[in-house]
Write a protein that binds this ligand. Structure first.
Ligand code: PLP
Length: 408
């Protein structure tokens, strides 16, 4: 077991040790992974770091002490609400990530409905965070098979509901395939049954509006759709902020009361929190605020353009290889698979991995999953060159097959 050293060491040696530890990781800065990272360029990286360091240790729980953070957080929430076409009277909360935004949405839905043995009804392409949230919150999850186009089957979801259903969920887009669910139909169903509809736009919240401006045809998914109660949107994904930044947005700010904790049941007086976290990093708020104001809508549009360029280049290169097929899609998530029994995609994955690319394996269907970032436009040709070699190696049967089964 490792103990804290008796005597501390100097920073230069520790820094060296950290850099050495990092050296064996996959290189996100060279675009070698299509999961876990979101990167534009070194200029934005410096802004993220400097903004974070400006508030590097301020505690965002203490907004009485740091009114600056209350203001910055409020502005970030307002920018998110405006982007997602929220009506007057809407509100939101800055959280640590998509998981926390979803947890709080499911808590609020449960607390608003207050039924015994609550359940949530979700398409089976929804993120497993909903199952985690339901597990924490003591709710049942009803995963409903999607339609043939891998988007929500709203009639089947309606059939899965009962008097104890407290929330419906749609993804915009879902993580496995990048499809946007039938949010308009889900909104109508939610309105008819009087239940909460949460739209998980953790991936798409800060990208879809700009894809639409580029002319990519996407179904409506935001607060412009009647019946949408809440939206989760991650600033630390396509909002391009460093980790620890997401939004839970609510059509009606009064709904925040349902995920508000308040108690005086101890010797220290009133404690109030709208988040699962107590102490919260001020740096995450400052960095998100700086990135949003620095990129502006023009910067986000440029990110969207680069992602679509990466998608077009990679998709064209993949289908040019006999035996490979790209699943239908038009978002940042690109999935391809083998249609040739003599070409095992697991072997392609192993051979790509050996060339330094972190491969994310898809199952059902067996394939390879990419979540594209602006940086991928620059490395798309390198990726395709390695993919061509990997396919040749897989066809020769040289590489063993990497098993599917881990999403990340
Ligand atoms: C669609 C979707 N929802 C929720 C999450 C969870 O977000 P986080 O990892 O920030 O907690 C993810 C993460 O990839 C996601 O893709």
């Amino acid at each position: 077991m490792i103990a804290i050293p008796e005597q501390g060491q100097d920073w230069p040696a520790l820094k060296q040790a950290l850099l050495e530890a990092k050296a064996r990781d996959y290189s996100w800065k060279r675009g070698r992974m299509a999961v876990f990272f979101y990167y534009l360029d070194e200029a934005l990286e410096r802004i993220q770091q400097e903004a974070y360091m400006t508030f590097w240790t301020e505690n965002n729980l203490g907004q009485r002490a740091f009114p600056s953070l209350a203001r910055l957080e409020g502005e970030v929430v307002q920018m998110g609400l405006s982007l997602m076409q929220a009506p007057e009277g809407a509100g939101g909360t800055f959280t640590s990530g998509g998981s926390e935004s979803i947890f709080l949405a499911m808590l609020a839905a449960r607390e608003k409905a207050r039924v015994a043995q609550a359940n949530i009804v979700i398409p089976d392409t929804a993120h497993l965070t909903f199952d985690r949230a339901a597990w924490y919150l003591g709710m049942e999850v009803r995963r409903v098979p999607v339609a043939a186009d891998r988007r929500s089957d709203v009639a089947a979801m309606a059939a899965a509901m009962d008097a104890n259903t407290v929330a419906l969920v749609g993804s915009a887009p879902n993580y496995p395939f990048g499809g946007i669910d039938r949010i308009a139909e889900l909104g109508a169903l939610a309105t008819e049954r009087g239940v909460w509809l949460h739209v998980d736009a953790c991936v798409g919240g800060f990208l879809s509006p700009f894809l639409s401006r580029l002319g990519v045809p996407l179904p409506a998914w935001d607060f412009s759709v009647p019946g949408v109660t809440s939206i989760s949107a991650d600033i630390h994904k396509h909002g391009m902020a460093p980790k620890g930044a997401s939004l839970l947005l609510l059509r009606d700010a009064a709904l925040k009361a349902h995920h508000r904790f308040e108690s005086k049941a101890w010797a220290r007086g009133m404690y109030v929190a709208h988040t699962a976290q107590g102490t919260r990093p001020g740096g995450a708020v400052a960095a998100a605020w700086a990135v949003m104001n620095h990129l502006g809508q023009a910067g986000y549009l440029d990110c969207a353009r680069r992602i679509m360029q990466a998608r077009a280049t990679i998709a064209a290169g993949v289908v040019a290889l006999p035996g490979l097929e790209v699943l239908p899609g038009n978002h940042a998530i690109l999935v391809y698979r083998s249609t040739d029994p003599a070409l095992e995609i697991g072997r392609v994955a192993t051979a790509l991995d050996a060339r330094g690319w972190l491969v994310s394996r898809q199952q059902e269907p067996d394939g390879i999953h990419l979540h594209l970032n602006p940086l991928h436009a620059e490395v798309a040709e390198e990726y395709l060159a390695d993919l061509r070699d990997a396919v040749a190696e897989a066809r020769a049967g040289a590489a063993p097959a990497m098993a599917a089964g881990r999403a990340y």
